[in-house]
Write a protein that binds this ligand. Structure first.
Ligand code: NAD
Length: 417
């Protein structure tokens, strides 16, 4: 999922696919199938606003590929949403579910709206309206949405309820990221970071790096960043720097993750955390640490700073933090990258566990969720590592090869082409 610059995201996704297809000599027919979304629905959603007026919002659901199982992917509410972004994200979900080997395909949804300017009532009516329109192509056996940018468990709960009205009974497995009380899974909150941690632990084994002696830095201190800071600290690694959009802090002797989270909750930022030196985001990215965890934005490592990066491992919790040029520099320098769609696949993996629990109507405890997640992420890490050795490519290309091989096999076995 490494990003170019301002390129159309779907073209970028197609180019990445083309490159991987060339390396693995993918069958041209299967390659052609994988270059296009299998199905997409464009809808108009009328919403009665609080002032009595009616607004019509545009929405999409893209089912990119379901050769390996029902489509899976979040729903974004964003003012700058475009169909090409949704297509690209749906393609990336197809590779992500395949690389962690969960029996699902890839999809994504979006609505062009600005949730920050909408009341809770308007948001609820929009969420229900979206399901009224796309519900006909959703279902645990067809396509299973989840939260994404500016959507959350409450929105998932409204959507699940609207879907229940369409079907005449509650079908919790139609959507994931629900509150626990109505069928959500234990362990969903920190699943992305925990999954990333398992891949980091395995990368340390590969590089013969003792995690307990390792230092790390985290860029971005939201859901992914706060949890990875906590989990890696619990595993014995030393957190030396963190940042958010307002700036960062550094303490070579170690920072306390829990205290940082409390400080951010109180003040809105980590930038003035006491007992630490200030550091800019640019400085943080090239700090001398063992493990660097970009957990904020895309395009953070570019041809301008990649050469100065000193970390041994770059664990991409964020989507697309490394440009294609930076990727090549990292590969040349021997910086070990855990590519985004492997590193941050813990979220979708626990979403899959949520559907499984919904379908069985039997719920697991946290320990079981962690154990199953560990197995999935660890297996995925070593499958990618093997492909990297076999094809002599960087881990990102290797992750593509593993994923495409699995999707291609499903297409071949089912006789789709
Ligand atoms: P979030 O909104 O909770 O947190 C983002 C953090 O990044 C905030 O602390 C913000 O202050 C910080 N930030 C913004 N601009 C910054 C800048 N210029 N420099 C440093 N920090 C900056 O988001 P999140 O859910 O933690 O997601 C972060 C990344 O992880 C995204 O790329 C997202 O796509 C990816 N991701 C998240 C999940 C998940 O389950 N949360 C799953 C997969 C991928």
């Amino acid at each position: 999922m490494s990003q170019g610059s301002t390129q159309n995201p779907f073209q970028l996704a197609q180019e990445q696919l083309d490159r991987a297809a060339g390396i693995m000599k993918l069958d041209p027919g299967i390659h052609a199938v994988l270059r296009e979304p299998s199905r997409e629905l464009h809808v108009s959603i009328p919403v009665r606003m609080d002032d009595g007026s009616v607004r019509v919002f545009k929405g999409f659901r893209v089912q990119y590929n379901d050769a390996r199982g029902p489509c899976k992917g979040g729903i974004r509410f964003h003012p700058e949403e475009t169909i090409d972004t949704v297509r690209a994200l749906a393609a990336w979900m197809t590779w992500k579910t395949a690389v962690v080997n969960i029996p699902l395909g890839g999809g994504k949804g979006g609505v062009i709206c600005n949730p920050k300017e909408m009341s809770p009532g308007e948001l609820e009516r929009l969420s229900r309206g979206y399901i009224d329109q796309v519900g006909r192509i959703l279902g645990p056996e067809k396509d299973i949405p989840a939260p994404d940018v500016y959507t959350n468990p409450q929105i998932m709960a409204w959507m699940a309820d609207e879907y229940a009205k369409l079907r005449g009974h509650y079908v919790p497995g139609v959507i994931t990221g629900k509150p626990i009380e109505i069928g959500g899974s234990e362990g969903r909150g920190d699943a992305t970071a925990r999954g990333a941690y398992y891949t980091i632990r395995e990368a340390c084994k590969k590089l013969k790096l003792d995690l307990k002696q390792a230092t790390f830095a985290v860029q971005g201190f939201g859901n992914a960043g706060q949890h990875i800071a906590t989990i890696l600290s619990e595993a014995g690694a030393r957190l030396v720097a963190v940042s958010d959009s307002k700036g960062g802090v550094l303490n070579r002797d170690g920072l306390d993750a829990a205290a940082l989270i409390a400080h951010k909750r109180q003040t809105g930022t980590v930038a003035d955390f006491p007992g630490a030196d200030k550091i800019s985001n640019e400085e943080l990215l090239v700090l001398d640490v063992d493990i660097m965890c970009p957990s904020a934005l895309e395009n953070q490592f570019t041809h301008e700073n990649a050469d100065q990066v000193k970390a041994k491992i770059v664990a991409e919790l964020a989507n697309g933090p490394t440009t294609l040029e930076a990727d090549e520099i990292f590969h040349r320098k021997g910086v070990f990258v855990i590519p985004d769609f492997l590193c941050n696949a813990g979220g979708v993996t626990v979403s899959y566990f949520e559907v499984v629990q919904n379908l069985y109507n039997f719920y697991w405890d946290l320990q079981k969720v962690h154990q199953m997640l560990d197995r999935k992420m660890t297996d995925a890490f070593w499958a990618v590592d093997q492909a990297a050795e076999k094809y002599r490519v960087d881990p990102r290309m290797a992750a593509y090869v593993v994923a495409l091989d699995r999707v291609a096999n499903a297409i071949r076995l089912r006789g789709i082409v």
